[in-house]
Design a protein around this ligand. Structure first.
Ligand code: NAP
Length: 301
């Protein structure tokens, strides 16, 4: 071992270097992982200052939409949240108050009257610059039995809530995006690969991704970009409906980054797409899954 290698390998120097990297946000002190696992806003201030963002799909603090809404607020966006029905109202209103949302609105995406009401409220805040569609639903029974057992009603329900709603929301809100902007949706690798028990939701995600591409083409001339973020498995209420969801978290063992996905990382990717930094990106699927999607055969035991 050369002298400089012995020098840099001494434990106290390693600790000091790690503290230094953590101080500038280049290392997560909790995980010791190189690279900013948590962006601390130190490099570029307020990427979304002056922008108004609509975020659909906050159910609770564990929702991916909540992480995205928090990151948008950190970046200076003005926020509108929606919830579905009275069951979620109090929770989402409390979260909205905490995030200083300018509106918290009821919107079941399967109800045209709710979408019309949403548009009426948003008109007062126009222009809207960015929309996040973080919504999906399938009957639990369709996520626990063989895919071949999927019934017609369950199939159509998953498609309507999880894929068609992106079209409905885009058609409703695009006229209010007069300054251009970004629409982002959330997808998962089960759209193109078979993931045990993901079943009807995988098919809905395939449709969602195709919808995203067609919308990107339609709305591009209005300078509205449409993209999808393909997140790795994250423990949320929806995810837990998939039978044996915890097995999906095993992806961490073979993913290139050897860990699972942090909702904050998905949120920061959403900030990029919503910000002017993403101005040339549309019709794209951005994987935020610790790299799991590239793995064919892993060399890890
Ligand atoms: P979540 O917290 O349960 O969010 C799903 C949201 O969809 C909830 O707020 C839910 O509201 C809402 N929703 C369902 N039906 C609706 C309707 N008809 N109208 C309006 N809203 C409706 O779970 P999540 O994991 O954050 O899911 C967000 C998105 O990320 C989904 O598209 C999901 O497929 C995707 N995703 C998740 C993962 C993961 O591992 N968690 C990975 C990749 C992609 P209610 O709670 O009131 O039903």
């Amino acid at each position: 071992m050369a002298a400089w290698q012995r020098w840099s390998a001494t434990p106290h120097r390693k600790v000091r270097a790690r503290r230094k990297r953590a101080a500038v946000g280049l290392e997560d002190r909790s995980t010791g992982l190189r690279g900013p696992a948590r962006y601390n806003g130190q490099f570029m201030p307020e990427l979304l200052a002056g922008k108004t963002a609509l975020v659909l799909g906050v159910a609770n603090k564990w929702s991916i939409a909540y992480a995205i809404a928090s990151a948008f607020v950190r970046e200076g966006a003005s926020l509108v949240l929606t919830y579905q029905g009275e069951r979620q109202q109090q929770t989402v209103e409390e979260l909205g108050a905490e995030l200083k949302a300018v509106r918290v609105l009821n919107c079941d995406v399967t109800r045209q009257e709710d979408l019309d009401h949403l548009v009426a409220e948003l008109k007062q805040l126009a222009p809207i610059h960015t929309v996040v569609h973080s919504i999906a639903f399938a009957n639990r029974e369709d996520l626990t039995r063989p895919f071949v057992e999927t019934g017609r009603e369950g199939y159509l329900l998953a498609q309507e809530v999880s894929a068609y709603s992106l079209i409905a929301v885009s058609r409703a809100v695009a006229p209010l995006m007069s300054a251009g902007g970004s629409i982002a949706t959330l997808t998962y690798l089960g759209s193109t690969r078979v993931v045990q028990n993901y079943n009807v939701m995988g098919v809905a995600k395939a449709a969602l991704e195709a919808c995203m591409r067609y919308l990107a083409n339609d709305l591009g001339p209005a300078n509205i970009r449409v993209n999808a973020i393909s997140a790795g498995p994250i423990k949320t209420a929806s995810a837990r409906a998939v039978k044996d969801f915890s097995k999906m978290l095993g992806a961490a063992n073979i993913a290139p980054l050897r860990r699972n996905t942090d909702p904050a990382e998905v949120a920061d990717a959403a900030v990029f797409l919503a910000s002017d930094l993403g101005r040339g990106v549309t019709g794209n699927i951005l994987f935020v899954d610790a790299g799991f999607h590239i793995i064919g055969l892993s060399s890890v035991d």
